[in-house]
Design a protein around this ligand. Structure first.
Ligand code: S3P
Length: 433
């Protein structure tokens, strides 16, 4: 299946069958890595994300004085800086990772010293005003480059705020909470849509007190953090590619062990159920307040139906929308996505790239400023896919390729390693050909 390093040929499959245990959740690994590096003591994690994005977070935290010791393939030990980082002599390279850049900015704004954050070409195009505004409202000194990275931070003591971000973003919420953690008084973030709550749960796991209401989170600073030992749950956003693949094949049967099932992340299971897939959840457990369980999916014999994703659920499903759109042509009634304008400012313009690549495979698709209409009942053919260096586009179209006629060449397939380096190997494992 290998052609060149950057390209992968994906052949159609007859069925999807097997059992998987996925590497640790990217969002949780970022938070555990960052908080452990900031806390007092030595934290130990197993099943830590293998993705390049989380490696960027660890490298930044190492440059700021934390000690990172990889004790096994997915096991790490982190010795924290006990609340006081050492300013790095070099710019902190956040790579492709928006989470690293936005969250670390909040962590560093109240620290002493000057910090420069840089990223790759994609990250350097992504909007950063959304963190500058709240941090400046707290009194931080932050300079962007035309609204983007590089970011210069001149650390200084901050003041607590009560803030409602203009976009629903867990990264922005986390940025403010990490600044609030180190700031006297109570900092509150209000959200119209409840975004993923891993930061709130992780801060509590590391010993902080965090107050929550239905639509707000508050933290009274300053508070110290203490090291923990934890196993990171499997990444449900990585599972999404396999769940959607399984949904396409009547007779499929796929089981995921120890999958993260945090309710703010699990909306895809509802969508797949609405499409007609059968989902069973077993062995539910809580680990550091994160829900973990076994998930089994089987597809309906007469194919999957149709759905519209709009309103708050579009924000909660934001990372899963590319793969849902990519399987849209194989549904009976199509997939309609709205209120997902944020997709345009992810690692790529995901609305434009999904539309372009679906068309390359011969699909009919209508593009809107905030979404897509993908009619169902279509037959696609293999094509050359341009991932735009975006991991979720590369993986979404590898899934679409499984039901296409002929082979599909995924260009920039190596980008899968941003979140899920094992993706193509696991796809070969469960795709029956
Ligand atoms: C993430 C939040 C989301 C998501 C990203 C990870 C997080 O971004 O798209 O992949 O870990 O907080 P936004 O906060 O920009 O919506």
């Amino acid at each position: 299946m290998h052609t060149a390093t950057q390209e992968r040929l994906v052949r159609p499959a007859r069925n999807i069958y097997g059992s998987l245990r996925l590497p640790g959740d990217k969002s949780i690994s970022h938070r555990y890595g960052m908080l452990a590096a900031f806390a007092q003591g030595v934290s130990r994690f197993t099943n830590f994300s293998t993705g390049a994005d989380c490696a960027s977070t660890l490298a930044c935290m190492e440059a700021l004085g934390a000690k990172i010791n990889r004790t096994g393939n997915q096991a790490i030990e982190i010795t924290g800086v006990a609340g006081r980082v050492t300013p790095a002599s070099h710019p902190l390279d956040c790579g492709n990772s928006g989470s690293t850049m936005r969250m670390i900015s909040g962590l560093l704004a109240p620290q002493q010293g000057r910090f420069t954050l840089i990223g790759d070409a994609s990250l350097s195009r992504r909007p950063m005003e959304r963190i500058r505004k709240p941090l400046e409202a707290m009194g931080a000194r932050l300079t962007l480059t035309d609204g983007h990275a590089p970011i210069q931070i001149e650390g200084a003591p901050l003041k607590a705020i009560d803030y409602t971000p203009s976009v629903s973003s867990a990264q922005v919420k986390t940025c403010i909470l990490l600044a609030g953690l180190q700031t006297a008084g109570t900092t509150t973030v209000r959200e119209a849509v409840r975004t993923r709550d891993h930061s709130e749960l992780a801060l509590r796991a590391f010993g902080a007190t965090v107050e929550r209401t239905m639509d707000s989170v508050s933290i009274a600073g300053p508070q110290p953090l203490h090291a923990i030992d934890a196993t990171v749950p499997g990444d449900i956003s990585s599972a999404a590619f396999f769940l959607c693949a399984a949904a396409l094949f009547p007779g499929s049967n796929l089981v995921f062990d120890e999958l993260g099932l945090n309710p703010t992340r699990a909306a895809l299971l509802d969508v797949l159920t609405a499409l007609g897939a059968r989902i069973a959840v077993l062995n539910l457990e809580e680990k550091h307040a994160e829900l973990v369980g076994t998930v089994q999916i089987t597809a309906p014999v007469d194919g999957i139906g149709s759905t519209t994703i709009s309103g708050p659920v579009a924000a909660q499903l934001i990372d899963e929308l590319p793969v849902l759109a990519a399987i849209g042509p194989y549904t009976r009634g199509g997939i309609r996505i709205r209120d997902a304008r944020e997709l345009r400012v992810k690692e790529s313009d995901r609305i434009a790239l999904v539309a372009k690549n679906l068309r390359a495979m011969g699909a009919e698709v209508e593009e809107f400023e905030d979404g897509l209409d993908v009619p169902g009942g279509q037959t696609l053919h293999g094509a050359t896919i341009h991932s735009g260096g975006d991991h979720r586009i590369a993986m979404a179209f590898s899934v679409a390729a499984l039901r296409a006629e002929g082979e599909t060449l995924i260009q920039g397939a190596d980008s899968a390693a941003i979140s899920f380096p094992e993706f193509f190997d696991l796809l070969d494992l469960v795709a029956e050909r």
